[in-house]
Design a protein around this ligand. Structure first.
Ligand code: PEP
Ligand code: CO
Length: 395
């Protein structure tokens, strides 16, 4: 008798419910949440499982030390986004960036957008106060509304239906835009588990896939080994990203890897460092050493560790972003680990959200065209220049 190896023993799509779940909205009416979940269970998948499987084949190559991942898009999508324009914009931006990168990439250049499901946001504070009024924090359009009034800020489960519909449309436009050419895959943070669970579907071989996006990632605030989010992600076949912030240590990361991918399947896990330019030098080497014999892919998110505050504005500076990328390449080289990709927050528009380069020169200029629903993004020119910078590091 041969034993079949299963990676997700004891797992089922709802098994996260018996684990502590952080960053989840408190819906007022449990019955209406259940009704929405039932509708999502009957709804069309956002992506095709075959495409999610294709992405895993590609990340397996990256984990073997060939090729490069370009991942990027909005911090948060919005229900107000004009979808056709948005998709055309991001496709054009990926085209321009991959033009800069391609000649210097040995192996597949894998394109993954933060799109068609990037609607839920983890927050550092549960509420927000303005002029004496305290309301729940905005948690992304899939949960509540961004405007500062009590009704908008109340979590509304109906928003999951709207997010699903917009995601289906966005994913279809994205697939159509590239046709049979090199695809742009979709990704988002797997944060809102009542949305993810009903979109989890079985393939012909009995394996479970998230059909809300090709790749899902675990946020830095929800990566406790016993968390509901880790429990959900350990059961699906999709490529899973793990955001690794400054508070993770090598032991914790190894336990997380063992939990999420006990069979050590090449390219299954994408570790995404986000330490900040000042900290990466102290923190990344030990993590690279600890994971050296794991078939994982290492990438860098140079955005989230390089954020400071100026009043109520989040501030990010291009020199810090580039410095963290430079350090990532240098450390990877020194440790003999493949520098496998970058994970960015970027817009195809001429926004003024990050300081430096072909963007605003100072904090005073951030107001000019600040459009993000959450964190500051690179504008089009900054993103293209960053791609040229990375291309030089790859040469
Ligand atoms: C994000 O990618 O938008 C995000 C919230 O990242 P992190 O979990 O790394 O803070
Ligand atoms: Co963000």
């Amino acid at each position: 008798m041969s034993a079949t190896l299963v990676s997700n023993l004891g797992w089922y799509p709802a098994s996260w419910r018996s684990h502590p779940a952080r960053q989840m909205p408190a819906y007022a009416d449990a019955a209406s949440v259940r009704a929405i979940e039932a509708r999502l269970e009957a709804a069309a998948p956002v992506i095709h499982v075959e495409d999610a499987a294709r992405l895993r084949d590609l990340t397996a190559e990256l984990a073997a030390g060939r090729g490069f991942l370009l991942q990027g898009g909005d911090c948060a999508e919005s229900f107000d986004d004009p979808v056709a324009e948005q998709v055309a914009g991001i496709v054009g931006l990926f085209d321009a960036m991959t033009d800069r990168l391609r000649a210097n990439v040995d192996g597949p250049l894998v394109e993954v957008a933060r799109i068609a499901g990037q609607f839920a946001k983890p927050r550092s504070a549960n509420d927000e106060t303005h002029e004496g009024l305290t309301l729940q924090a905005y948690r992304g359009d899939i949960i509540n509304g961004i405007s500062f009034d009590a009704l908008a800020r109340r979590p509304d489960p109906q928003r999951m239906i709207r997010a699903h519909m917009q995601s289906v449309g966005t994913a279809a436009s994205l697939a159509a835009a590239r046709g049979s050419g090199s695809p742009i895959f979709t990704s988002h943070e797997a944060l809102l588990l009542p949305y993810e669970e009903p979109l989890t579907r079985r393939d012909g071989a009995g394996r479970w896939w998230a059909t809300s996006g090709h790749m899902l990632w675990l946020g830095d605030r929800t990566r406790q080994v016993d968390s509901a989010h880790v429990e959900y992600l350990r059961g699906i076949e999709n490529v899973v990203g793990v955001k690794c912030g400054p508070t993770i240590n090598a032991d914790e990361l190894l336990r997380l890897i063992d939990r999420l991918d006990p069979l050590a399947r090449p390219g299954k896990l994408m570790l995404i460092g986000r330490f900040g330019a000042k900290k990466i030098g102290d923190l990344l080497p030990a993590l690279l050493r600890a994971t050296r014999d794991r078939p994982v892919l290492w990438a860098i998110d140079p955005m989230h560790g390089n954020t400071s505050m100026s009043g109520k504005r989040k501030v990010r500076r291009l020199p810090d972003i580039l410095a963290e990328i430079d350090a990532f390449f240098a450390i990877s080289k020194a440790e003999g680990v493949h520098a496998g990709g970058v994970h960015l927050e970027m817009s195809a528009l001429d926004v003024t959200e990050c300081i430096g380069g072909r963007g605003p020169a100072s904090v005073d200029e951030l107001e000019k065209n600040w459009l993000t629903a959450c964190d500051p993004r690179l504008n089009r020119a900054q993103a293209i220049d960053l791609a040229a910078h990375v291309a030089a590091l790859l040469a």
